[in-house]
Design a protein around this ligand. Structure first.
Ligand SMILES: Cc1ncc(COP(=O)(O)O)c(C=O)c1O
Length: 391
């Protein structure tokens, strides 16, 4: 039987593909250094694990309400008030099986066929594919490298059409690490209010802002809050990627719709995982702070080293745990594009990176520095050696 047109349009996640390729080589005994990972290289804190184990032992192993256990919805609402400065009632928070599912659910409840979402490029790989799955359309206006890949209100304004229903903003950004300053968020919010465009604010990397504190766009004022979906997760902040837990906070009309969707699809996020997450919320941000301090050192090192390689240009990102260097000067001869460049590094240097084209930006690569300083040093040494051969 033919597969549906819907699934035929969807590309597999390029970041997962590169990780799988590197793992395959490792299985064969090849010593590959991976800069592909989209997850912190820290273990989940013990107190979180213990919370989940306790829940298992207490028999909290049954269905929960579709929108998540009330304690966790309350906990996230409290965190959003105290740490992000946004007022949400617990009924305006829905717990989702990861931010990824939360985002998919937003597109599903918002889009009719032909409705358009603005997804500034370079963008995280799943936005466009999820929009396609929901029969929506997208535009991917290119952000300026010179401006550090920061979305501006002017670019957004130019991109809005009659069909535009929402814009995705992702600050700090995957893949570029760009952080949108508060002054620009204010202008972006103004454009969205004027044009009647919803804001989907993916704040998965909120704990990893190195130079200025993170600002949630919904914290600007009540009117902005009312047109915003604030999306977050335990995945990166507490190194809980495999637990599959995130949230969407938005006016109740939307969280109710997402809960209905969950009720008919996943039923609920995993019961005992939610109890573990409750413990994460109690630490008040200590664990993410520890990671933030470590990541900052790695960022400083990797940016400096990359810029010391002839022909590579790398912005200093202000957040997340990725760098997005421009490698276009190496695109010549047998290396026809960034995919060939990434393949060359994997074969010649045994280093895994993700080609920028996966994120809608050719001529770049994404490197994750969520790997040890020793790996970073050795990986960069190998990259330097391999690139010297090309010159
Ligand atoms: C920008 C961005 N949003 C969402 C997600 C998904 O997060 P989760 O693991 O909570 O589904 C990721 C994960 O890589 C991401 O980079």
């Amino acid at each position: 039987m033919e597969l549906s047109n819907r699934i035929k349009k969807v590309k597999p996640s390029a970041t997962l593909v590169i990780t799988a390729k590197a793992n395959e080589l490792r299985k064969k005994g090849v010593d590959v250094i991976g800069f592909g990972a989209g997850e912190p290289d820290f273990d989940t804190p013990d107190y979180v694990k213990e919370g989940a184990i306790r829940a298992l032992k207490e028999g909290k192993t049954k269905y929960t309400p579709s929108a998540g256990i009330p304690e966790l919805r309350e906990g996230v609402a409290k965190k959003l008030k105290e740490r992000n400065n946004i007022e949400y009632s617990p009924s305006e928070v829905v717990i989702t099986p990861g931010a990824k599912m939360g985002l998919y659910e937003i597109f599903a409840i918002l889009l009719n066929p032909g409705d358009e979402v603005i997804v500034p490029a370079p963008y995280w790989v799943s936005y466009t594919e999820q929009i396609k799955l929901c029969d929506g359309e997208y535009q991917t206006p290119m952000l300026s490298e010179e401006n550090g890949f920061v979305l501006t209100a002017d670019l957004l304004k130019e991109s809005i059409t009659d069909k535009t229903k929402a814009v995705v903003i992702n600050s700090p950004s995957n893949p570029t690490g760009a952080v949108i300053p508060k002054s620009e968020l204010e202008k972006i919010a103004q454009v969205c209010l004027e044009k009647g465009v919803m804001i989907i604010s993916d704040e998965c990397y909120e704990e990893f802002a190195y130079d200025e504190p993170h600002v949630s766009i919904a914290s600007l004022d009540k009117d902005v809050r009312d047109i915003t979906f604030t999306v977050g997760a335990f995945s990166k902040s507490y190194s809980m990627t495999g637990w599959r837990l995130g949230w969407v906070a938005a006016p109740e009309k939307y969280t109710k719709a997402i809960a209905t969707m969950q009720g008919q699809t996943v039923s609920n996020p995993t019961s005992f995982a939610q109890y573990g997450a409750l413990e994460a919320l109690k630490d008040g941000g200590k664990f993410p702070k520890m990671m933030r301090e470590e990541f900052k050192k790695r960022r400083d090192y990797i940016v400096e080293e990359l810029n010391s390689i002839e022909g590579i240009k790398c912005n200093k990102p202000q957040g997340a745990f990725y760098v997005f260097p421009n490698i276009s000067s190496y695109i010549k001869g047998d290396i026809k594009n960034d995919v060939d460049f990434a393949s060359y590094l994997l074969e010649e240097a045994k280093v895994a990176v993700v080609p920028g084209s996966a994120f809608g930006a050719e001529g770049f690569i994404r490197m994750s520095y969520a790997t040890s300083m020793d790996n970073i040093k050795e990986g960069l040494r190998r990259i330097k050696e391999a690139l010297a051969k090309l010159r």
